[in-house]
Ligand binder design. Structure first.
Ligand code: FNR
Length: 182
């Protein structure tokens, strides 16, 4: 069994991206289990707070990432880049200096958007810090999910043709990526 920390870039309760993340966990191979890791309660990273008694949410977050075999990011695009909540989470997990929780964790990136571009900007901006954090990020297949507002029915089931099959095959590829890197 591999344990995957799942980080969702939208913090709102009725997030379409959260629905997508939930759908992905249902389409994943049985060998994967998922922990939705909260990032909305992390104070902005500030070295002044990173003492022997950092904010409790930072410690909780760092421990949850440490416990994971891999990290799956499912995120919308904000202003052609990644949401600040994801970037802040990356910064919080990267410190204290020399004690980053990210190194070596195989990453998967799924971006989503109501438009046809599918969060391309967020997807590729997110890849930049992952290089420095030494996280092997799966390159192929890429996942840019467009048409986000019409993807689900009332029960959260995917209704657009072909999307479910694509996401299932993407999760199978990510499962293999994680196994190859742990
Ligand atoms: C957006 N949205 C957006 N969409 C996109 O495709 N490219 C973009 O650059 C942006 N920029 C952007 C900035 C900000 C601050 C917000 C709040 C939104 C729209 C976004 O994709 C849309 O709101 C999604 O539905 C967000 O996902 P959730 O919250 O439904 O998961």
């Amino acid at each position: 069994m591999t344990r995957i920390a799942l980080l969702v870039g939208s913090l709102r309760k009725d997030s379409q991206t959260l629905k997508l993340a939930k759908a992905l966990t249902k389409l994943a191979p049985e060998s994967m289990e998922f922990d939705f890791v909260e990032i909305g309660d992390l104070p902005f990273f500030n070295e002044d707070l990173d003492t022997d008694t950092p904010p409790a949410s930072w410690t909780r977050f760092r421990n949850e990432i440490k416990a994971a075999d891999g990290v799956l990011f499912v995120t919308p695009e904000y202003n052609r880049s990644l949401p600040a909540a994801i970037k802040n989470a990356l910064d919080v997990g990267s410190r204290p200096y020399g004690a980053s929780v990210w190194g070596g964790k195989p990453a998967g990136i799924v971006t989503a958007s109501p438009s046809g571009i599918g969060g391309f900007g967020a997807n590729h901006h997110l890849r930049q810090p992952l290089v420095f954090l030494d996280m092997p990020a799966m390159q192929q297949p890429e996942a840019y999910i467009g048409n986000l507002w019409n993807l689900f029915d009332e029960e959260g089931k995917i209704v657009t043709e072909g999307t479910e099959d694509f996401l299932k095959s993407w999760m199978e590829a990510y499962a293999a990526w994680v196994k190859a890197h742990i």
